[in-house]
Design a protein around this ligand. Structure first.
Ligand code: SF4
Length: 259
């Protein structure tokens, strides 16, 4: 029980605040519950669509496409694609988080995620249209130009401060031949880059992937790198189902998977 409370401390904290509010000001507590109900209803309408979108990204867009378009080496092209993605989006900002998490997992850089989130929040096209109507096209254009410059600069700075390894490593299922590095345990020793330079390189004292899927000779080298990694930070999807859980590798043998 205590563990459950610890795990969901935020939710229990909010429930606690509601209870205290009920005791000291019932009217305000009822108002808060009404507001919460309103947002929960809104989320119930929006989130299924968002989850469908993330599932489609996960299933249909190959990792290398996302890495090329929005990855570490995508440069200004990546920033412009991110700006466009954020600007054409619809729905509240909280809908952007699951989408961005999927993109991040598939290889988008932290900078581009910041650009998508920021443009989603402040330069969405419907918002700009309303702004032009109520505050004049000149106001809208001027704000858009300065906001866009600020968003790209902010993406660049945050990308320098926050690294992917700062973001919690998440359970994922690797497909056959797919490679993943658990950057939270990688010690940057460079063995993988030495054994399979076609697959790994070291950046900011951590291993990063050059390719996301291995074939033939590269595959053999990558497997050697995986075996030699001193902290078991490299995972490669095999024919058997392989589930990676927060740095621990759990192998479901075929007969186990059937059960
Ligand atoms: S061998 Fe392992 S620990 Fe060393 S850099 Fe590569 S992934 Fe990191």
């Amino acid at each position: 029980m205590m563990e459950k409370i610890k795990k969901n401390s935020f939710i229990f904290g909010v429930i606690g605040i509601y209870l205290v509010l009920f005791v000291i000001n019932t009217e305000k507590a009822m108002l808060s519950i009404n507001n919460t109900g309103y947002y929960l209803k809104e989320m119930l309408i929006i989130m299924p669509v968002v989850f469908l979108l993330t599932a489609l990204i996960e299933t249909w867009i190959p990792k290398n496409v996302i890495m090329n378009a929005l990855g570490e080496n995508s440069g200004l092209k990546g920033s412009f694609i991110s700006l466009a993605l954020g600007s054409i989006s619809a729905g509240p900002i909280y809908a952007a988080f699951p989408v961005c998490k999927t993109l991040l997992k598939k290889g988008a850089s932290v900078s581009n995620i910041v650009v998508i989130l920021s443009s989603w929040a402040v330069i969405k096209i419907p918002m700009l249209a309303n702004e032009a109507k109520f505050l004049s096209p000149k106001f809208m254009m001027t704000r858009w130009i300065f906001t866009t410059i600020a968003i790209i600069a902010m993406g660049y700075i945050i990308g320098k401060i926050v690294k992917k390894e700062d973001i919690p490593y998440e359970a994922e299922t690797l497909e056959k031949g797919e490679i993943a590095i658990n950057n939270q345990i990688c010690i940057g020793c460079g063995i993988c880059a030495k054994e399979a330079p076609e697959c790994f390189k070291i950046k900011n004292k951590k291993a990063i992937l050059i390719i996301d899927n291995i074939k033939g000779k590269d595959g053999d080298k990558a497997k050697v790198a995986m075996e030699k990694c001193p902290v078991n930070a490299i995972e490669i999807g095999e024919e058997i189902d392989k589930q990676v859980i927060k740095g621990n590798v759990k192998l479901n043998q075929p007969n186990e998977a059937k059960n």
